[in-house]
Design a binder for this molecule. Structure first.
Ligand code: ATP
Ligand code: MN
Length: 477
């Protein structure tokens, strides 16, 4: 007989048929009722064991975490809580799980504890839901771009350009660290390294993405990026996944429209595909919020928040307007910000971003036209000589989720900005070629995939939305 996944069983309308299911035991009550889960959905399947006709030996081995194969009849359930259940005819224990030693007990564990046993946490309801949602979001990203005719480009993971300055980089080397070769100037001689030069893990695929956009018009990347930033926050990982579309003949407005459409599309996709998981996460969050003081609780629950985001257009404001709002805010006047906002030109901290989104506008916000001195060299310069065509999308509970810009396509402007910022133009000659041969208006952005998953799942720590998080002093599994 062929195995049926639990999700399909729970959906089927046909009862009184024989079925074969396989999965892991969540709980086993009264020597009779097994809650079985196979990861295909959040819900468990109830298996009713005929304990009079099942060997004592087998019953003893049905413990939380054990894997089972069960043959039986699918019948209408007599109990509450499920519409169908399986009347077991043959129960086979495939893999035992010592109840004394199995770390996941059928009770609530803290997220911190589960992080320590990340190799097992997939089997919890919470992480089952999170990673099914993550899967859908990833698929939806591809579907969105593919439907629009974007070309998926694989940009390199190992790079020799460290010019972008998006973050601190991880070095890639095969040199013997105990015996580093030195050149005549006494510096490390990377000519002897694997690639014959100094190399790092990529912090962004954007520059290479731009090269491809100058041929295919519309491209996107979706891959891992690495930043050795020593920021131990709930929103930063050392290894994270980023989606970076790059579009020729797009200006900043087109860029913002695309980003907003993408975010809504993928959220809607997860809503339709994973509604049960989202409901589960919604309940989880409500319970967690009950433990918080009233003023720290969110005004909207998870489902309402997602719906709100789908139904409202994002507020578009300039950095300059945002600074005015922040400066004039009671929060600032009462010195409630850790970093007070008193002058134009400062970089916004996440507390400011969240104030704008959660307290002031109460919806996702796109900030544009940032001061050039806090943004990267490739952003298109405005005529005011002070700001660039940048845009960051800020989300409730998250802060920055997208960072993007219209790119500087004018060779002279780009080169002079690079010179001002001491970025060696000879190292990026290949990049400058796009401005020499058929340059055109273009734009793009980077969407941090884990920040998106954080938002959609309502989780609060980014370590809980990637299977095996890499953060400072932590690289387990
Ligand atoms: P932040 O100010 O939050 O550190 P950033 O300005 O460094 O972000 P960008 O360089 O614009 O971010 O990267 C694009 C997107 O990648 C961000 O909007 C964010 O969603 C995501 N991102 C950036 N750094 C990290 C990180 N360390 N971990 C997870 N996601 C990140
Ligand atoms: Mn950063």
């Amino acid at each position: 007989m062929k195995r049926t996944k639990i999700k399909d069983i729970l959906r089927s309308t046909e009862t009184d048929v024989p079925v074969l299911v396989k999965g892991w035991v969540k709980t086993f009550r009264s020597n009779q009722f097994i809650a079985l889960n196979d990861g295909s959905c959040n819900a468990n399947l109830q298996i009713v064991v005929d304990f009079n006709n099942t060997p004592e030996e087998t019953l003893k081995r049905i413990t939380t975490g054990a894997s089972l194969s069960i043959q039986g009849q699918l019948i209408k359930s007599l109990g509450k809580g499920q519409s169908v259940e399986i009347k077991a005819e043959k129960v086979e224990v495939l893999g035992d799980s010592d109840a004394e030693k199995f770390p996941l007990q059928p009770k609530k564990h803290s997220l911190e504890f589960l992080r320590e046993i990340a190799h097992l946490r997939f089997r919890t309801n919470t992480f089952g839901a999170i990673f099914r949602v993550r899967n859908s979001l990833a698929f939806a990203v591809h579907q969105f771009f593919q439907e629009k005719g974007f070309v998926y480009i694989h940009t390199p993971i190992i790079t020799s350009s460290d010019a972008e300055g998006a973050g601190e980089m991880f070095r890639v080397t095969t040199l013997n660290l105990n015996q580093l070769p030195k050149n005549e100037e006494g510096q490390i001689d990377f000519q002897q390294d694997f690639f014959g030069k100094s190399t790092n893990l990529t912090v962004s695929g954007q520059l290479e993405g731009e090269l491809a956009a100058m041929a295919f018009s519309d491209i996107y990347t979706f891959g891992p990026t690495f930043r050795a930033e020593n920021s131990n926050t709930a929103r930063h990982l050392a290894e994270f996944w980023m989606i970076e579309p790059e579009m020729a003949f797009y200006d900043l407005n087109d860029n913002m429209d695309l980003a907003e459409e993408l975010l809504k599309y993928v959220i809607k996709y997860a809503w339709d595909k994973n509604y049960e998981d989202l409901e589960f996460l919604n309940t989880r969050l409500l319970e967690e919020e009950k433990l918080k003081p009233q003023q720290d609780r969110s005004e909207l629950n998870l489902l309402d928040k997602l719906k709100f985001c789908l139904e409202n257009s994002f507020e578009r404001v300039t950095y300059t307007q945002a600074i005015e709002i922040l400066k004039e805010s009671n929060h600032n006047k009462k010195k409630k910000f850790q970093y007070l906002v008193n002058e134009w030109g400062v970089d916004l901290q996440s507390e400011h971003e969240r104030y704008l989104v959660e307290k002031h506008f109460k919806k996702p916000v796109i900030l544009t036209d940032y001061p050039k001195k806090i943004k990267a060299f490739y952003m298109r310069q405005n005529d005011d000589d002070k700001t660039v065509r940048a845009m960051d999308i800020l989300f409730p509970g998250i802060g920055e989720i997208v960072g993007g810009s219209q790119r500087e396509e004018r060779l002279d402007k780009l080169v002079s900005r690079m010179n001002e910022m001491n970025i060696p133009t000879h190292e990026l000659d290949w990049y400058l070629d796009t401005r020499r041969f058929g340059a055109c208006e273009h734009a793009g952005f980077g969407l941090g995939f884990e920040r998106l998953v954080l938002f959609v799942t309502g989780m609060t720590n980014i370590r809980d939305v990637i299977p095996f998080p890499r953060t400072p002093k932590n690289c387990e599994f």
